[in-house]
Design a protein around this ligand. Structure first.
Ligand code: ZN
Ligand code: ZN
Length: 264
């Protein structure tokens, strides 16, 4: 498998598709970006097929990133950060862009740089699909998340369900693969590109739409690898305990605090 979307290269004709916005919902089509500066007009919500101008994407001279300017009246989310009207932000191959102030109701697009024949430096990576599989469901990752510090990878839905069950029963969350204590978990945009390329190379590894919808319904990891799962875990742990044993709230808070101090 050849893999070079994020490499740098030389200039090429202005008519080529140099980047795309790929919607996470396959019912919508990719937005192809041809000119070095282009106002994007596409669907922005899943409830309407109407297309709107909502951002301007300008190719950077390094050929491996672009500037996105918010051209809508909404706040736009780029890799979880908010971008206000008329503000600019740098986007890279794999950046997630949501043309609205919240995830719910708005489509999610992934910015993807196209590989080009004129690249002088290709990065060739051969990947055994076995190395792109989730050890919980044994399928190729879907919406891959990485846990830290062990850096094992799972489907977001599979790990979220594991996380939910672990937090119901235990004070700490263990990695399903190696049993190390998980301190952080986050979506991994780089591996997400690999996940998509593996499925494109061998479509027999794809799961049915029904399986994907079910898996997505479990997914609870929304951020990149930056949020402490210890904090999340303890918020949820605390809330669950409060519901079940209101008289023991004080003890649980003390346990939470001491555990957080130990782990941070
Ligand atoms: Zn899985
Ligand atoms: Zn692990």
């Amino acid at each position: 498998m050849e893999f070079g979307e994020c490499s740098s290269g030389s200039n090429s004709s202005s008519n080529e598709v140099w980047a795309k916005l790929v919607p996470s919902d396959s019912r919508y089509s990719d937005v192809e970006i041809r000119s070095n500066e282009m106002v994007i007009c596409s669907e922005i919500t899943s409830s309407s097929l109407e297309k709107h101008d909502w951002c301007k994407i300008t190719r950077n001279s390094d050929q491996s990133s672009a500037m996105m300017q918010n051209k809508s009246s909404n706040t736009i989310l780029v890799d979880e950060a908010t971008v206000l009207n008329e503000d600019d932000v740098v986007i890279n191959c794999g950046s997630e862009i949501i043309p609205g102030p919240a995830r719910q109701g708005y489509l999610s697009y992934r910015f993807k740089l196209m590989p080009r024949e004129s690249f002088t430096r290709w990065l060739k990576v051969c990947i055994d699909a076995e190395h792109a599989k989730c050890s919980i469901c044994l399928n190729v990752w879907h919406d891959v998340v990485t846990v830290a510090p062990c850096l094992h990878n799972f489907c977001n839905g599979c790990f979220s369900e594991w996380l939910r069950r672990s937090q119901e029963r235990h004070a700490s969350v263990l990695c399903p693969q190696c049993r190390a204590v998980v301190q952080f978990a986050g979506r991994n945009h780089f591996l997400r590109n690999i996940e998509e390329d593996v499925l494109q190379a061998d479509s027999s590894l794809k799961r049915s739409d029904e399986e994907i919808t079910l898996l997505d319904s479990y997914a609870s990891i929304k951020s990149n690898l930056e949020k402490s799962i210890v904090e999340r875990g303890h918020t949820q742990f605390w809330m669950l305990k409060m519901k079940l044993q209101i008289s023991h709230v004080l003890n649980v808070v003390i346990v939470s605090i001491s555990f957080t101090i130990t782990c941070l």
